[in-house]
Design a protein around this ligand. Sequence first.
Ligand code: MRU
Length: 350
Amino acid sequence: MIEPITLRWVNQRLFITDQTLLPGKFIEVEQTTIEQVWDSIKQLKVRGAPAIGVAAAFGLVIGVKAFVKLPCAEFIQKIRTQAAYLDSSRPTAVNLSWALQRMVKRAKAVVSNTSQAVFVALVEEAELIHRQDIELCLGIAKNGEPLIEDGMGILTHCNAGALATSGMGTALAPMYQAHHNGKRFKVYADETRPLLQGARLTAWELHRAGIDVTLNTDNMTAYLMQQGLIQMVIVGTDRVAKNGDVCNKIGTLGVAILAKHFNIPFYVACPSSTIDFTTPTGNDIVIEQREADEVGCFAGVRTAPKDINFANPAFDVTPCELVTGIITERGLIQQPIAANLKIQFDDLVE
Ligand code: MRU
């Protein structure tokens, strides 16, 4: 229904859409070195929690390919160091370390003990992570679609759509499904300062799919809610902690507080790869701090004095009690979310 637009893996070659160029240019760039993949993740050329996990898995394949002649133990050590390197590109989305840990685990589990066999297993694992990501999106679409009713206004923040995954997205997946099923609704996309993922990416991909999308700046959300234009919020997430706290793009917490005030259901959509039972609460999540110029400049033009202090946390944490439910591929997890997460995902609890 929604064709993959984020990355392609063809004959062991990785192509990513450079999202920093959207919406002006829709251009794929081949990734030929692990350093290039690291940089593409860091610079948000590929971004969104599930997508960076998949990109990193393929990036690891690219990064170890030249070392396949090493003795097996050394090759596995190389895989570990290259995985750690890729993992250092961004700290907050758990999908990155989740995918890389899966890759290292798979490499270590190969019995035949030749570097070539380990390499083949790595390729298989990366391809599996990729395929599963597409399937997880479909599950979220199916489980979230019934929440959408004709005539609704749905607000989303940042981009948790096709561009953030290998498939049809997380927060936007139920919307694509509802649109496909003939439901009529409006989507309000928060602009998402400072990097404008809402304006550049969400508005672009929804409009391209024929969905009725309205762009608003982040400071208009309260007004839109007060005017009765928003009946539901659906956002994505970079990490769900064991207690159900949800980390997502900076500004999500404000939206959740507003939704509570206006009595609007606040849903989070994510695949199981984003649920992290090893992180007890939202306070334990490392929040990425980005460059000052992302805030001090707008579209390359300086908009603030240079020598002042800048705050630029890329994410915030919404406490579990503000979340109405989490839409996953295994179903809708409702309150009490921590307890229900544990029941529904007991196989992931360490
Ligand atoms: O900094 P970004 O653009 O990678 O942030 C992305 C988000 O915050 C998304 O909402 C989140 O990763 C979920 S994507 C399915």
